[in-house]
Design a protein around this ligand. Structure first.
Ligand code: GLA
Length: 742
């Protein structure tokens, strides 16, 4: 891992044997981009990568004697608008008293061992100083009296670079930032498929692809959350790349609020990628001596297709994002009472669920929504974080004790960022809600949002949550966030600072997470936002698992979990078995298929165990035992997507232990095929071709090369006449295979 700096030519080459990232200082003092991709041999001079050979007749150029040098056509690191580049810039900052075109010029650079923290923001980290190196480049704009600091962190043995930017006001007057991206990247051509994860509630993170064309294509959120609709993830994939071969650039923004990820293809077919806080409605007042730090972008380069990109993200997040405390821990199999009872429960009912679940081997009981205030439905009580004595007259402590007496841990649901108009808190503090007092505000799920940009409100929530954690000794919190933000306005911010609201809001959320996770390191947090409405790396930094979707239907989950795996490791995905008919789709899938899907995540149940038949209970006992046996493999192994549910009737994926001695494969077929193909096999990847594997349930042993080249024979499907021989039949079939090296 090296950061080469050519002082004379002012060139920077970050390389770790897997990737190279090269840029330099251009003749105008701004930074020019030279290369990002597979590692290149280092050489003293990379100037030949800088090309000015484009037609210039219609271009503007800052140097009268050098018309070939036009910012319009040159690749840059952190571009500005106003001096011959007409593409969208990375930064727009001005002094309102002296209108100005930003002109940050190279000033200095330094290399730091490790990776400095981003104050107040979630970010990847180095476990020790040898694991990463950070290049900091400082540029100055003397007219504005501002300093721009661009940070690039290179990780050892990972095809990853993280980038962020910071601006500092060194002058005596306020500066206004109207746009500040975490990173901008100019790629020399547009031959990419723009691949992203889009959807909505109950249908999150479906894989979408589009061809890049001249113009701007973007994904974004202006909802105050990263959103169900667009995940802050983007891959630029070469048209010939597949799951396992070819070039892919992956990007993930470590942020949980308004964002934009856009690619602008210009008239010379260059592609400019910009990633950062969404500039719409954003306006930050930077007082003298203050700084503004952007969140960071994780950039992955893969020459092993989309799956190679995903593995790099997974490894980084497992090792350098998720809190140390939760890396090697076996996450508990949980049962959540939401779909079992909704709001209708009392202590007896809950304790009975807990007892019954404990007999099945389940390890954690989670009491979901409805335990506080006077909450019989979703029209009241958010903000009133004290137990509803009508439902739980003996209090939460008594319930927690009784749950623990069954041998299970106790967990609780909160929605800290919300306030119901029908709540004591709102009656007491109507100005605590986001929006303008005495002006209409829009409801979402009958609730308003608390103004987390105000430290005193965050402090209040800290007081409430920390005392409940202490009283109950709980082990787990599900932190929900069920609506997006409208009428974005804070009663405490002056008019000229309302453009800071969204960012200050999410900093408030991060601050509360930071305090609670520091003070209660043994409490496992699972983030949730009406299911997967805030499934992003910012949240994963604090909460190592996230409820992937409110949709627990096994067929829908194939797509949701498949898409989620593009960036996020299996061990971050909350995935549960629920009852049938499924509450979101009314579909009836076999219990085995529900578990076979949910195993590939952090496993649990979302049903009433008292309503199960004896056979179902027996089956669930076996599922629980199975997950306990293999959860370490699912946590630590390499994940491979094999068959996409977006392209056909089947899906498959697998996890392989690092030494390739073990693997677990999930295969799913949505609808049955009449008179189906006779010799269906599933080709595997990632095994050791020399090793011999025993597959559970099969007498035959296989060499790794056979499994990868010929494939694993799938059990025979019912075809109308082979009744006795058919191993599977009907819709929603699935199998999980476990492989062990002999
Ligand atoms: C959201 C969550 C659900 C459940 C309900 C409770 O929809 O995603 O899992 O907790 O809220 O109101």
């Amino acid at each position: 891992m090296q950061i080469h700096i050519n002082e004379e030519k002012k060139q920077f080459h970050l390389t770790n044997g897997q990737i190279s990232y090269i840029f330099h200082v251009m003749k105008n003092g701004q930074l020019g981009h030279l290369y990002y991709g597979k590692a290149l041999k280092h050489r003293d001079d990379f100037s030949h990568f800088q090309r000015y050979d484009v037609p210039t007749a219609a271009s503007c150029h800052p140097y009268r004697d050098d018309p070939a040098f036009s910012l319009e056509t040159v690749r840059q690191e952190y571009p500005v608008y106003g001096s011959s580049d007409f593409r969208e810039p990375a930064i727009s900052v001005s002094n309102p008293n002296k209108s100005h075109i930003p002109a940050f010029q190279y000033y200095s650079c330094c290399v730091l061992e490790g990776k400095p923290v981003l104050e107040g923001l979630p970010a990847t980290y180095a476990n020790d100083p040898d694991e990463a190196k950070t290049l900091r480049v400082v540029l100055k704009d003397d007219f504005l009296n501002a300093e721009l600091e661009l940070s690039y962190t290179l990780f050892k043995n990972k095809p990853v670079i993280t980038r962020s930017a910071k601006v500092k006001n060194n002058g005596e007057e306020n500066l206004i930032i109207e746009r500040m991206m975490a990173a901008s990247l100019d790629l020399p051509d547009k031959e990419f498929i723009f691949t992203h994860l889009a959807g909505t509630w109950a249908r999150e993170r479906h894989v979408k692809e589009r061809v890049l064309e001249m113009g701007i294509q973007s994904i974004s959120s202006i909802r105050g959350a990263s959103s169900h609709h667009h995940n802050p993830f983007l891959a630029l994939k070469r048209p010939t790349a597949t799951e396992h071969t070819g070039e892919v650039y992956g990007f993930n923004f470590v942020y949980s609020s308004n964002f934009i990820m856009q690619v602008e293809v210009d008239h010379y077919d260059m592609a400019r990628l910009t990633i950062g806080i969404h500039p719409f409605g954003f306006k930050w007042n930077l007082a003298p001596k203050e700084s503004f730090q952007t969140p960071e972008v994780v950039m992955v380069y893969s020459d092993q297709g989309l799956n190679g990109m995903s593995q790099a993200f997974h490894q980084l997040y497992r090792e350098n994002l998720i809190a140390e405390r939760w890396k090697q821990v076996e996450r508990p199999i949980l049962i959540n009472n939401w779909e079992a009872t909704y709001f209708d429960f009392n202590e007896e009912k809950l304790v009975n669920i807990a007892k019954s679940a404990s007999e099945l081997g389940i390890e954690l009981f989670v009491l979901d929504d409805g335990w506080f205030g006077k909450r019989n439905d979703d029209t009241s009580s958010l903000g009133d974080w004290h137990v509803d004595q009508r439902k739980l007259p003996n209090g939460l402590e008594s319930l927690a004790e009784k749950v623990r007496a069954t041998g299970m841990k106790f967990g609780l649901w909160f929605e800290p960022e919300m306030i119901s108009p029908n709540s004591d808190l709102f009656r007491e503090h109507p100005d605590w809600a986001v929006g303008m007092l005495n002006q209409p505000s829009t409801l979402g799920r009958n609730q308003l949002v608390l103004d987390f940009s105000r430290p005193e409100i965050v402090e209040y929530l800290y007081g409430k949550m920390s005392s409940i954690i202490k009283q109950t000794g709980l082990s787990y919190i599900k932190w929900d966030m069920n609506r997006n933000i409208t009428e974005a306005f804070s009663a405490k911010l002056p008019a000229c600072q309302q453009g800071e609201f969204f960012h200050r809001y999410i900093l408030g959320v991060y601050h509360l997470y930071e305090r609670l996770t520091n003070e209660f390191p043994d409490v496992l947090f699972e983030s949730c936002a009406g299911g997967g409405g805030r499934f992003d790396p910012g949240m994963l930094y604090y909460a190592p698992q996230a409820w992937a979707s409110d949709d627990t239907d096994a067929v829908e989950r194939l797509k949701i979990q498949y898409g989620t795996s593009f960036a996020y490791p299996l061990y971050s995905m909350g995935s549960h078995v629920s009852a049938v008919p499924n509450h979101q789709t009314l579909r009836k899938t076999p219990l085995a298929t529900r578990a076979n899907t949910a195993y590939f995540g952090t496993f649990g149940y979302e049903l009433d165990p008292l309503k199960l038949s004896d056979e179902e209970r027996q089956e669930i006992k076996e599922q629980v035992a199975f997950y306990k046996k293999y959860r370490k493999l699912i946590r630590d192994g390499q994940f491979y997507r094999l068959v996409s549910p977006f392209t056909g009737n089947e899906a498959a994926w697998m996890v392989v232990r690092d030494d390739r001695s073990e693997a677990i494969v999930g295969w799913y077929k949505v609808l049955a095929t009449p008179n189906s193909p006779k010799h269906q096999t599933l080709k595997l990847v990632g095994l050791d071709q020399e090793k011999v594997y025993q597959v559970n349930g099969l007498k035959q042993m296989f060499y790794g090369d056979e499994l990868m080249q010929v494939g694993l024979p799938l059990p025979t499907e019912f075809n109308g006449v082979n009744g006795n021989n058919a191993k599977r039949g009907g819709d929603f079939q699935s199998e999980v295979f476990y492989f062990k090296q002999v």
